[in-house]
Design a protein around this ligand. Structure first.
Ligand code: UDP
Length: 138
């Protein structure tokens, strides 16, 4: 089993719902360790840079507007197969399609306001963690 790291963002909708602790408990109960964390209000530049891969998509502006609409809680998670383990906890992008008991099924309202972000691959996680936690040692 590979020990991996992945980047998690608790998005503005979930921070506003006051469920950071409930989401952290799910990480911890799944064996994922929080190795860095910061609550912050993203600037447009930070949000656009983070989601640069989606720049050409129709939802890009709405996504950036949403990500800067309130504080977010950003963390690096570490554990066995962390990337997939975290994606399993999150559930599908569209909460209507997310499996029962997942974070998005329980806390998200729509595909735009979908509570959490999680890296989709180990390499993406390394880039995303370096974007927000450049000081974190490998
Ligand atoms: N998104 C959206 N509308 C869409 C698809 C995606 O608003 O039709 C947003 C949504 O917040 C999603 C993010 O863009 O979480 C990134 O999309 P991706 O396909 O990478 O989904 P994720 O990896 O977050 O499940």
């Amino acid at each position: 089993m590979a020990i991996e790291r992945t980047l998690s963002i608790i998005k503005p909708d979930a921070v506003a719902k006051n469920v950071i602790g409930q989401i952290y408990s799910r990480f911890e109960n799944a064996g994922l360790k929080i190795v860095a964390a910061r609550m912050t209000q993203l600037t447009r530049e930070q949000a656009e840079g983070f989601y640069a891969a989606h720049k050409e998509r129709g939802f890009f502006k709405d996504l950036v507007d949403f990500m800067v609409s309130g504080p977010v809680m950003i963390q690096a998670l570490e554990g066995e197969n962390a990337v997939l383990a975290h994606r399993d906890l999150m559930g599908a992008t569209d909460p209507k399609k997310a499996e029962k008991g997942t974070i998005r099924a329980d806390f998200a309202d729509s595909i735009d306001a979908n509570a959490v972000h999680g890296s989709d691959a180990v390499e993406a996680g390394q880039v995303e963690i370096a974007y927000f936690f450049p000081e974190l040692k490998a």
